[in-house]
Write a new protein. Sequence first.
Length: 219
Amino acid sequence: MPRSRPQGGTRTALMDAALALVAAGHSLGALSLRQLTREVGIVPTAFYRHFPDMETLGLALVAESMHSLRQLLRAARREDLSGSDVIRRSVEILVRHVHANRLHFGFIARERHGGNAAVRGAIRQELRLFESELATDLARFPILERWSTEDLQMLAGLLVNAMVSTAESILDAPARDSREEAAIVATTEKQLRLIMLGVPHWRSDASDRKGKDTRAEGA
């Protein structure tokens, strides 16, 4: 049965049922209105009191699912993520949030390559916004404060791609298989270390431009 959130009423029940059905292996594009309303226990015509069509429902699910991603970012902000264990602790936060929000992360993972173009586009747009938020956070690190906006966005994109890939791997892993999850975590930590090893050696466009401006002033 779908999750119950009394305050949301039928609209929330429809969204919860859709998330549960997608998690069970149904793509949103192949999900029928009759199948969805049967899960909720309402007649098909009652659906239209809350959504004009299934695509609008899908877009609402994108917004709700991305809220879980933003919660992940807020949790990272609350932590003192500095020092040598920053990668390990960041991965711990990611794994914890994936388990706490499996339906939302599963929806994003499945539907970002799904059949509905509008839903795919909304997920891409939301992920870009998420990357921008992460880039803003990265700019606060002393080693990155002189990086250009474009390079910070690029670094954030690499980190978000690694995060989404890790979430997909955790969701696809056999349930309660601690060894498989430990292997996924170890691989993710290696990937992040590899990305971060290049950071001190990267000459950002902003640094290059500043160097050129300085040389021009000296001339």
